[in-house]
Design a binder for this molecule. Structure first.
Ligand SMILES: Cc1cc2nc3c(=O)[nH]c(=O)nc-3n(C[C@H](O)[C@H](O)[C@H](O)COP(=O)(O)OP(=O)(O)OC[C@H]3O[C@@H](n4cnc5c(N)ncnc54)[C@H](O)[C@@H]3O)c2cc1C
Length: 394
């Protein structure tokens, strides 16, 4: 049995959220270990744009700026979106957001997950206060009053004053720490692909609500758009089985031909959609973060943005406690993080859930509710500003 040493913090999982947290804590002066089963695939500029992309809100870009990785990400490949248009197949009007109206250069950026992970991973490896254990998987965990120990699958043992699970929606650590989740299976899948369109995307993120479905077009740096088409399971099987020409024709019609015809598509991939909310974020010497704490419907493109807001809050909670000579891993300290982030995450998750139900439904009472239309919201300036501010993480 080998001992991997004692650390201030161990972060389990180096996805976008775990890697950002480890970097933020190390930069704040904590001694951090990271355990991750798989190093991310390297990113190369000559590679095709990867199918998995995220819309980063300004709050996330701001965090990456402070971690000194944003310049590298932006220089590699990031696509600013300056406008957003949302409309509904069953009601009149569009909801329009414009960065210029908010006094900003962009509403956000579309970036490949793999580029973000690769850039953060490189930064982790340069950081003297970080010890990487990869490949490494946690097999068991145990807490005493002053530390938590992790046994890895090769039998080695690591320990820290605090262990943070950032191991994603199916978090094994969350189960080992005895934290339950409340789950909703949407019975939907998100189909993703990159498509070429007859007309330019105009640096605009587009979203259309359809009966039983939502469809987003996100502008890519090479002029194509990345689509996220969330549809019921059976419909996803049908759409995935279509030949490219028929798929493009159906996609164009579902998108109301806002960018003209769809002229080409990459192969498609799909992901099951569910909401999974941890009932609490804390256990002795243990906290949850990112999708391990809250997996949400992707219709608002906020999953990783919520996780990165967790990073900011958790990092400042731990730093404040340490700087005032308190035990940063005490449950009384961590409660501030849990209280502030759980309320935002749960509210966001239920808002996306409600939007999915109201706009995704063909049932009459809900169809009547949506009948008020986007035009109404678009014309109420304070309401619109509130939507925009929340999406931006301000
Ligand atoms: C179709 C789709 C579109 C989306 N679009 C957006 C968007 O536009 N904007 C947005 O903000 N969000 C979006 N999301 C959500 C976003 O992808 C997730 O919120 C985000 O990836 C979560 O990051 P994470 O680091 O918390 O978890 P993950 O990305 O799941 O990373 C978890 C990490 O933990 C590691 N791990 C797993 N098990 C273990 C273990 N046992 N031990 C150690 N490590 C482990 C994994 O290898 C991985 O590196 C979308 C999601 C989907 C499905």
């Amino acid at each position: 049995m080998s001992r991997l040493g004692m650390h201030d913090v161990i972060v389990v999982g180096a996805g976008m959220v775990g890697a950002a947290l480890a970097l933020a804590l190390a930069r704040a002066g904590f001694d951090v270990a990271v355990i991750e089963p798989r190093a991310p695939k390297p990113w190369n500029a000559q590679d095709e744009i990867d199918l998995r992309v995220v819309a980063l809100a300004p709050s996330s870009v701001d965090l990456f700026g402070r971690l000194d990785v944003w310049k590298q990400i932006a220089a590699a490949r990031a696509s600013a979106y300056r406008r957003m248009r949302v409309w509904d197949a069953l009601a009149p009007g569009d909801l329009n957001f414009d960065a210029a109206e908010e006094g900003h250069a962009a509403l956000g950026y579309i970036v490949e997950n793999r580029l973000i992970q690769h850039t953060l991973w490189q930064a982790l490896q340069r950081e003297p206060r970080i010890t990487m254990h990869s490949p490494g998987t946690v097999a068991a965990t145990d807490a005493t009053p002053d530390k938590r120990s992790l046994t890895l699958d090769d039998g080695s043992i690591a320990a820290a004053k605090l262990v943070i699970a950032a191991d994603g929606a199916d978090s094994a650590l969350r189960g080992m720490a005895g934290i339950a989740t409340s789950d909703r299976d949407y019975g939907q899948r998100a189909i993703v692909a990159h498509v070429a369109t007859e007309r330019a995307h105009d640096a605009t993120a587009w979203q259309r609500f359809l009966p039983g479905a939502t469809l987003a077009f996100l502008p890519l740096a090479d002029g194509r758009s990345s689509i996220v088409w969330s549809v019921p399971d059976a419909e996803s099987q049908r759409l995935l089985a279509l030949d490219d020409a028929t798929f493009c024709a159906e996609l164009g019609a579902a998108f109301d031909f806002r960018l003209g015809r769809i002229t080409a598509t990459t192969p498609r991939a799909s992901f099951p959609l569910r909401m999974k909310l941890a009932e609490r974020y804390l256990a002795p010497r243990f906290a949850l973060i990112g999708d391990a704490a809250h997996a949400v419907h992707p219709l608002a493109g906020q999953g990783v943005n919520l996780g990165l807001r967790d990073v900011d809050e958790l990092c400042s909670t731990l730093t404040d406690a340490r700087d005032t000579k308190r035990d940063f891993a005490a449950e009384s300290v961590l409660r501030r993080y849990e209280r502030r982030r759980r309320s935002d995450n749960v509210l966001s998750a239920h808002s996306f859930d409600a939007i999915n139900r109201v706009f995704g439904s063909e049932a009459m009472p809900l169809a009547a509710l949506r009948g008020a239309g986007m035009a109404v919201v678009d014309n109420i300036a304070p309401l619109k500003r509130a939507f925009a501010r929340h999406a931006a993480g301000r």
